[in-house]
Design a protein around this ligand. Structure first.
Ligand code: ACO
Length: 328
């Protein structure tokens, strides 16, 4: 049994926040942000938009391309660290908005690796169980709601958006679009990237609010080094499994964290920069949404053609990482 991506969709909110806008909010400069991260602007959701609203817009486009009605979906997986509520799941909220009443629904939390984790789970579900034919996977984030806008170490990095894919079981004998995949995690580094309060460890209180513990905190340099090492070894593992050299990769699609991370990963894999898809300059780091937005832009923009080899790789809080080698 095999799967195919039959539709992609993405959405970014209208509001653009430039580096120059950020200069007025914290002590930073366009020059610092551009040279350290490659980011020039990011999109910010409006006050009345929640993560499920961003996911909905991306999902509708993916379903339209897949010529699939929401009622046909067997399942919805939403990857996010900025869910609408701790519970119910954002996937359930999305199910209602779409009218996908046959679908099972759950959220998957693997930070920036969330979409890679979700595709791997959806792939396994489709391959292992005759019941599931069409699944919707979405990375969606309203990171602006969990960013401390007074902390220049983090607020310049993140943006909002959503990227969706419809996966379908293909007829017996058809080639699987997933050539290789792997997931990984290392829980010894949980503290270098986290939201300290709001969970059972430190429930919300006046003190946690006063100390701004409901926002993302990050040790940037530690994350940087670990991100490069993890993504490179994960990509190498996927390539080795498929018995392919990195020269056969048409596009490397890394999680859009920071263009210096992307360049370092590509260089260590011997993949030239012109074969690395990058939009971090326009959207910043949209966590679980970033690879989905890239793939949809590439698909709709004619950057990919049947037979192309795409290597997607991501890294995020947890720590988590993963790679998927796809034949388009
Ligand atoms: N503007 C100006 N100066 C700044 C800013 C800013 N926005 N932010 C930090 N600085 C200062 C620091 O205070 C420091 O000053 P000091 O030397 O006086 O102490 C100086 O700039 C250098 O700081 P560094 O942390 O060394 O800068 P670095 O070159 O490492 O870049 C960055 C920082 C961009 C955060 C980088 O480390 C990075 O990209 N890390 C990875 C982050 C990431 O990818 N996270 C992804 C996971 S996110 C998730 O999973 C949700």
């Amino acid at each position: 049994m095999s799967i195919k991506i039959i539709g992609t969709g993405s959405y970014v909110p209208e509001k653009v926040l430039t580096n120059f806008d950020l200069e007025k909010m914290v002590e930073t400069s366009d020059e610092w942000i551009r040279t350290r991260t490659g980011i020039e602007q990011r999109r910010i959701a409006s006050a009345d938009q929640a993560t499920s609203d961003l996911a909905y817009e991306a999902a509708v486009k993916a379903l339209e391309m897949a010529k699939t009605s929401a009622a046909e979906l067997d399942g919805i997986i939403v990857a996010s660290i900025s869910v609408d509520h701790v519970f119910p799941s954002t996937a359930c909220i999305l199910q209602k908005k779409l009218g996908a009443m046959k679908a099972f629904c759950f959220d998957l939390e693997a930070a920036c690796s969330g979409l890679i984790y979700s595709i791997e789970v959806a792939h396994a579900l489709i391959k292992s169980n005759i019941k599931y034919r069409k699944l919707l996977v979405i990375g969606a984030e309203k990171l602006s709601s969990i960013v401390n806008w007074e902390d220049r170490n983090t607020c310049v990095l993140f943006g909002d958006g959503a990227g969706a894919m419809v996966l379908e079981k293909t007829p017996e004998g058809a080639e699987d679009c997933v050539l290789a995949s792997n997931l990984g995690a290392n829980g010894t580094y949980t503290e270098i990237l986290q939201i300290p309060a709001g969970g059972s460890r430190m429930p919300a209180s006046q003190q946690t609010i006063d100390n701004k513990l409901h926002y993302m905190t990050m040790s940037g340099q530690d994350v940087f080094k670990l991100a490069v090492n993890a993504m490179v070894s994960s990509c190498k593992e996927a390539l080795a499994f498929a018995d392919m050299p990195s020269a056969s990769v048409t596009w490397l699609v890394p999680h859009q964290a920071n263009y210096r991370i992307l360049k370092a990963v590509a260089s260590r894999l011997d993949i030239p920069e012109e074969r690395v898809y990058m939009n971090v300059n326009r959207y910043g780091n949209t966590s679980a949404a970033s690879i989905g937005i890239c793939i949809d832009e590439m698909n709709r923009g004619g950057f990919v053609k049947p037979g192309d080899i795409i290597l997607m790789t991501a890294f995020g809080g947890g720590l988590t990482w993963g790679s998927i080698l796809l034949k388009w």
